[in-house]
Write a protein that binds this ligand. Structure first.
Ligand SMILES: *Cc1c(COP(=O)(O)O)cnc(C)c1O
Ligand SMILES: [Zn+2]
Length: 502
């Protein structure tokens, strides 16, 4: 809520000016590296990087209520650069001038309370945050807006003059990268690597439609990722996977929005996210940590990562309760309906280990969890929630299945309020719904349709009707009234309708 009394005090801060001092920080050797170069790994030790604002402490000088008022005020402004993820400019990319921000309508996705019937069936209060309502229909646009705004900034400063953006993808990263690159055409061009047959037709159509060069590679995502890493190491290309730390910064906006959506009170929240390459859970933890450090939120919500039993390396890592004995082991993935998260060797694992440790420490108790669900549970959950007013993709279904698992295990109780990430739009994954309805899953998935969740169209063609209309061949007169009458009659019979007034 924006209090008018604060307006004079925050007026100067409403439109952010470039500031801060950002640097890449290596999670292995702790070295800092300047951001004037696009880096994906530490030049000294090859470790994974995060971006840090070395002047972050300056943000603590602004009182939390002022920050809250600033963010509320920005939501009312019409300035495009502040309408998306850069509402939180100082926390996401303080060095980026607003003129360089690429805004395609990402962020501030709807948070929708689950329908009363669904909450009752599920056993607790919860919301879906519909990140499928981003421009390329997945949360990836948050990180892409950040990475592309930074690239645009370098272009505008003349530090680089042309960019070939590349990524490996389970489908949504390439859709997003191709969209944002095409907006900056011709300065930015895009090439994407996809595991052949392992992205949905909708996801394949997206980079093709945006004019990207699309390469299909045999194998799974992890194989594509290795090829793209080799390309980025040897050639002059901009890597747009979440290995690129700018992606992580943009995705932190998800946490900031949740804080704002709940009026800065996140005490009883449990935030569920599916884990694939682990970029998103990294960003979600990092975002809440930054708002907690600046006092904008006063507690840290629970964060629960969800993985399918067919791609669960992070879950397995945390099965060992003694952190000194934990050991990360990539897994070989099996086919998963949560295909966007079908990853056996997540690039962001070192970030997760680093941030989950820090998060639990700051919360003063274990607050980051990982649960495992089956393919069957993912499909059943997705179909159930979408029959109750939601638009969850398979990964969104995975979150709901994860919530039921966490409830059963006591990780959350009915005193918590869950926020489930519907990471992409249901339509991108409608093929899996179709496979369920037609019972045509490969045996590898291990999914058996439940009759009550299956749905089919029924053809209505009354047997006593001589003529039916066809495109370009309409009926008229008696033939037409006959058609309307008899077709209506058969539908009423199928629906067991009783006639009015009888
Ligand atoms: C990328 C993606 C995920 C997994 O996110 P990571 O950051 O790779 O862990 C989950 N769901 C959807 C729809 C995605 O596109
Ligand atoms: Zn290093």
């Amino acid at each position: 809520m924006l209090s008018n009394a604060l307006l004079p005090e925050i007026a100067d801060l409403a439109i952010p000016k470039p500031g801060g001092e950002m640097a890449y920080r290596c999670l292995t050797c702790q070295a800092f590296h300047p951001i004037t170069e696009l880096l994906y790994t530490c030049p000294e030790c090859n470790g994974v990087l995060l971006l840090e604002d070395r002047q972050f402490d300056r943000l603590k000088k602004t009182p939390p209520e002022h920050w809250q008022a600033i963010f509320s005020l920005r939501k009312t402004l019409t300035r495009p650069a502040l309408r998306g993820i850069y509402t939180y400019h100082e926390f996401i990319g303080p060095v980026i001038p607003l003129e360089a921000v690429v805004y395609l309508g990402e962020g501030h996705t709807p948070i929708v309370e689950a329908s009363p019937a669904l909450q009752k069936e599920s056993g607790m209060r919860f919301f879906y945050k519909n990140d499928g309502q981003n421009p390329s229909a997945s949360f990836k646009d948050r990180g892409m807006a950040s990475a592309m705004s930074y690239i645009n900034h370098l272009l505008r400063e003349g530090i680089i003059d042309e960019v070939l953006a590349v990524c490996a993808s389970t489908g949504d990263t390439s859709a997003s990268a191709a969209l944002y690159a095409s907006y900056l055409y011709p300065l930015v061009k895009c090439a994407v690597l996809l595991p052949q047959g392992k992205v949905t037709p909708q996801q394949l159509g997206q980079p093709l439609g945006a004019g990207a060069q699309v390469f299909e590679i045999p194998g799974v995502f992890d194989d594509c990722m290795k090829v793209v890493e080799a390309l980025a190491a040897q050639y002059n290309v901009a890597l747009l996977n979440s290995k690129n730390a700018w992606r992580i910064l943009g995705q932190e906006s998800y946490s900031y929005e949740i804080a704002q959506d709940f009026d800065w009170d996140v005490a009883n929240l449990a935030v569920f996210v599916p884990i694939g390459n682990a970029g998103n859970i990294t960003a979600v933890m990092s975002g809440f940590i930054k708002f907690f450090e600046t006092g904008i939120i006063r507690s840290l919500p629970k964060i629960i990562g969800v993985q399918s039993h067919h791609a669960d390396p992070v879950y397995r890592y945390y099965l060992e309760p003694d952190e000194n004995r934990r050991h990360f082991e990539p897994v070989t993935v099996s086919p998963s309906v949560a295909q966007a998260a079908m990853i056996g060797n997540p690039v962001s694992m070192p970030r997760v280990i680093h941030l989950a440790g820090r998060y639990n420490e700051m919360a003063g108790k274990k607050s980051v969890f990982v649960v495992q669900v089956t393919e069957q549970q993912i499909m059943d959950s997705m179909l159930c929630v979408n029959r109750r007013g939601h638009i969850a993709c398979t990964q969104g279904g995975e979150c709901h299945a994860g919530m039921l698992a966490a409830l059963k295990q006591g990780i959350v109780t009915d005193a918590d309020v869950a926020v489930l990430d519907a990471t992409a739009h249901a339509l991108k994954f409608s093929g899996f719904q179709e496979m369920y309805y037609t019972d045509s899953f490969d045996a590898d998935y291990g999914v058996v349709p439940k009759k009550e969740l299956v749905n089919f169209p029924r053809l209505v063609r009354p047997g006593d009707l001589e003529k039916v209309p066809a495109p370009g061949r309409p009926l008229s007169g008696k033939e037409f009234t006959d058609f309307v009458e008899k077709t209506g009659r058969d539908i009423a019979k199928a629906l067991s309708l009783s006639k009015k007034g009888l």
